[in-house]
Design a protein around this ligand. Structure first.
Ligand code: FAD
Length: 451
């Protein structure tokens, strides 16, 4: 037997490390991998999701942790409202979503901004994003920083919100075209149960092998792709790879034959910046924050952070450190990050009374070898690279993940729909071949027929 027929007849793999075969292997159980595996299973093909970590979710990770309070260590908002597949899924699963307060609270020195300062900041933000979008839409693929207008007094604050906070990179490292293509993210929802609950619900019907690091992917043989994992080898007709661009560009998975130059370049040019988080206790809401509101500061340079106050109405807050400065702090280590947080809190709020930061949890995504950064942002001149990531390699290696989405990059929703797209492309390989009897879709059909 050859090609799809051989795989259709192969028994599904019970569990690694026993060697086995599957029609489609999916590498990485973040949003993209889970979406891809669901789509493959719904298409009637056997699928196995291989995840190196001991948990699913990737950059979506929630926990009560030592605080005993639900919080998100990575993504914490779903964009796109009712149009989002994940929002629909969460609602169907009765996962509790909520609308966070709109906009951001702005601090100038040790006080909240006055009305005219809010107006100036908002106008400056609009002017800057319009200028970048105009350049991008005109096809000028340059550093977003190069087309920023003069914004006296507000340059650094605006550059921080549009660069590190949005794209995890400073605007000097962000392509204007990539920025212009990004969909609006103002319509957002938080999740009282933690965003990981949404992916956990989505992953329920899937066959997932945790603690299964994929070391190499060999697509050089005839018909099959061989994945060498920490727990044995797996043969598949096709593979969908969802590890982050930084993980792949670092060579953490060896491809045989080597990836075409075009794909390797694209991975490097749609690299992840830095986006780190400190979760910390601020007992008694000393600054009068509203539940889940975002806070930014008027600053003179981008050595700053954004806060989220009273997470889920609790005493927890987030400090998000991103871009070049966030990356520097993450490399310097947890003590450096906590030292900066103390300085920030003292400088912005310390005058009235010294404020005590309680317990803390530092999440350094850049230091996680399975992630290696925040979100992808195309480097100037490289916006077209996202499209390259959507091209199959050897007709059976497909890439997915937030980096492989042109308008929703950097988001959970973008990762999800890129996973679905890659799965559709992989399913086309099986056009005409009978579905695998053991696939979940077939099993469900049989059950309905009472067999
Ligand atoms: C701090 C932070 C805040 C964010 N906030 C938001 C937000 O509010 N809203 C939003 O929409 N987005 C947000 N994002 C972005 C969002 O989290 C990501 O875009 C999305 O989760 C990426 O999903 P993914 O499936 O593409 O990749 P990942 O989540 O990175 O998943 C890839 C998976 O592959 C696994 N893997 C890696 N190497 C291997 C290997 N060799 N073998 C097997 N498995 C491997 C990894 O362990 C991981 O589970 C945020 C990101 C960060 C870091």
């Amino acid at each position: 037997m050859a090609g799809a027929a051989a795989f259709a007849a192969a028994p599904a793999l019970a569990a690694l490390p026993a060697s086995g075969e599957v029609e489609v292997a999916v590498v990485g159980a973040g949003a993209a991998g889970i979406a891809a595996a669901r789509r493959i299973a719904a298409g009637g093909r056997s699928c196995l999701l291989l995840e190196a970590a001991g948990r699913i979710g990737g950059r979506v990770r929630s926990g009560p942790g030592k605080f005993g309070i639900v919080h998100d260590q990575g993504a914490h908002r779903l964009y796109g409202g009712g149009r989002s597949a994940l929002v629909q899924l969460a609602r169907a699963e009765r996962i509790r979503l909520f609308e966070p307060p709109p906009g951001r609270r702005l601090y100038v020195g040790e006080r909240e901004a006055r009305d005219n300062e809010y107006d100036d900041f908002t106008a400056a933000l609009r002017r800057a994003s319009r200028a970048i979008i105009a350049a991008g839409e005109a096809g000028r693929d340059v550093a977003a920083a190069r087309v920023m207008p003069e914004l006296p007094g507000w340059d650094a604050s605006v550059a921080f919100v549009l660069g590190p906070l949005f794209a995890s990179k400073d605007l000097g490292e962000v392509s204007s075209v990539d920025f212009a293509r990004a969909e609006d993210r103002t319509e957002d929802l938080g999740c009282r149960d933690g965003l990981a609950a949404v992916l956990a619900a989505a992953a329920k019907p899937l066959r997932i092998e945790l603690d299964t690091l994929v070391r190499s992917i060999d697509a050089g043989g005839r018909g099959a792709v061989v994945l060498q994992t920490a727990r044995g080898n797996l043969r598949a007709r096709a593979v969908i790879v969802t590890a982050s661009t930084n993980v792949l560009a670092a060579g953490a998975i060896e491809f045989r034959p080597a990836l075409p130059r075009r794909a390797a370049d694209a991975l490097a040019r749609v690299s992840l910046g830095s986006y780190e988080r400190i979760v910390f206790e601020l007992a008694g809401n000393p600054f009068g924050f509203r539940a889940d509101e975002r806070i930014v500061f008027k600053v003179a340079d981008q050595r700053t952070a954004a806060l989220v106050g009273r997470v889920n109405g609790s005493d927890l807050a987030y400090a998000d450190l991103a871009g070049r400065f966030g990356g520097e702090l993450a490399r310097a280590g947890e003590a450096a990050m906590l030292g900066y947080l103390k300085e920030l809190i003292a400088a912005q709020f310390g005058a009235a009374a010294p404020v005590k930061i309680g317990r803390t949890e530092v999440v350094r995504w850049s230091a996680d070898p399975l992630i290696r950064g925040g979100v992808s942002a195309a480097t100037p001149g490289a916006a077209a690279s996202r499209r390259v990531l959507m091209e199959p390699v050897q007709d059976r290696v497909f890439f997915a993940g937030e980096a492989a989405h042109e308008t929703q990059w950097g988001t959970v929703g973008g990762a999800w729909s890129s996973g679905e797209r890659a799965a559709e492309a992989a399913l086309r390989l099986f056009a005409g071949a009978p579905a695998t009897p053991s696939s979940p879709a077939q099993a469900a059909k049989k059950k309905r027929r009472g067999k």
